[in-house]
Write a protein that binds this ligand. Sequence first.
Ligand code: ATP
Ligand code: 4MY
Ligand code: MG
Ligand code: MG
Length: 376
Amino acid sequence: MADRRYSIGYALRPKKQHSFIQDSLLALASSRGIDLVKIDQDRPLSDQGPFDCILHKLYGEDWRRQLKDFCARYPNAVILDAPDAIERLHNRISMLQVVSEFKIESPTESFGIPNQIVIYDKETLFDEQAWATLKFPVIAKPLVADGSAKSHKMALVFNHEGLNKQKPPIVLQEFVNHGGVIFKVYVAGVHVKCVKRKSLPDVSEEKLGSLQGSLSFSQISNLATNEKNDDRYYKRMHLEDTEMPPQSFVTDIARGLRQAMKLNLFNFDVIRDSRVGNRYLIIDINYFPGYAKMPCYETVLTDFFFDIVHSSDKEEKGRPNFSENEDGSEKRGLNVRPVHSCDQEVRKLVSNIPDGEDGALALSPHSGLPQCIENP
Ligand SMILES: Nc1ncnc2c1ncn2[C@@H]1O[C@H](COP(=O)(O)OP(=O)(O)OP(=O)(O)O)[C@@H](O)[C@H]1O
Ligand SMILES: O=P(O)(O)O[C@H]1[C@H](OP(=O)(O)O)[C@@H](OP(=O)(O)O)[C@@H](O)[C@@H](O)[C@@H]1OP(=O)(O)O
Ligand SMILES: [Mg+2]
Ligand SMILES: [Mg+2]
């Protein structure tokens, strides 16, 4: 009997669809028995499918209702992810509260969040006592993180004068010097991948005295990145010398966050506190981020989809810990394999482009197709 095929419906905004649903992803998923099918947003969801799983990044009451109706009709379908779980990330306070909800054992590294307060109105903004516990510079971030352009508009505030311009409700978060490099950790179920990006430069005490008011910016780490965050990008952005945080440490944080939030698809931004060297601060968590910028995104996402549809076979659907071993430890997926040259693998699959000299390809344990291998 032919192997069963699985169908994953996706509902994304046009920009997201364009970046995420690439031919290379469709082809790799298809080769492993998974069809990614576009959901027609002009028709009721429950009239479409059936789908084994729904992948979505849409908001609003109508969409929630549609998901509910679909689940009533297809109770075995997996929804990635539950709207209530995603909701927590739409507020920058509840977003980071989750960081205190789990612990990890590490003899050398520690993690947390920067000092921060929330300001709901102008009066409190002018009330010195409210922010007496904070040290300048601070970053003023809109409290709401709903994906709108406005929700990404931030300001680096150097002194009291700079606070006057800010429009509550905002979070005031201490700016922590971190060497101008941010780590973005992409999570798809048990699969975890950390990349480096350019960030705001450090602000020295001497410079702080001479800086006026505030400086506005938006999505700084996304500048110049519609490209993959690979070695070429690191070289161009002079990031190649920055040491990565230990992979086991970021994987442990990813698992803690995933289980506490009950989310499968997110990334989190981490900075390394320059004053403490081995202390890491989580500053942002995003639902369904720009995975396509991650090296090997096709392989990571296909592995994840494979986990999901096969765990739903075993009626473990929707559980964030679907891929744990019997003793409770996680199957690490991508993390345990030495990897290099992933684009080649996918290009070969899509268009039969032959391997170059460095195209050392390993065989997939599942399909016999070449696996994504990354630079060690
Ligand atoms: N506490 C902090 N200390 C130092 N730099 C920070 C801090 N918070 C934010 N930044 C810098 O500001 C940038 C934007 O902040 P943040 O990630 O919170 O915004 P965002 O709009 O939610 O970003 P994204 O595009 O990742 O969703 C970060 O990438 C980092 O460069
Ligand atoms: O495309 P979307 O609108 O989902 O934008 C998301 C963007 O992904 P993109 O690169 O695909 O644009 C993400 O970038 P990376 O962290 O991966 O760099 C990050 O900025 C999210 O915060 C954005 O989601 P939002 O907060 O605005 O909902
Ligand atoms: Mg961010
Ligand atoms: Mg964000």
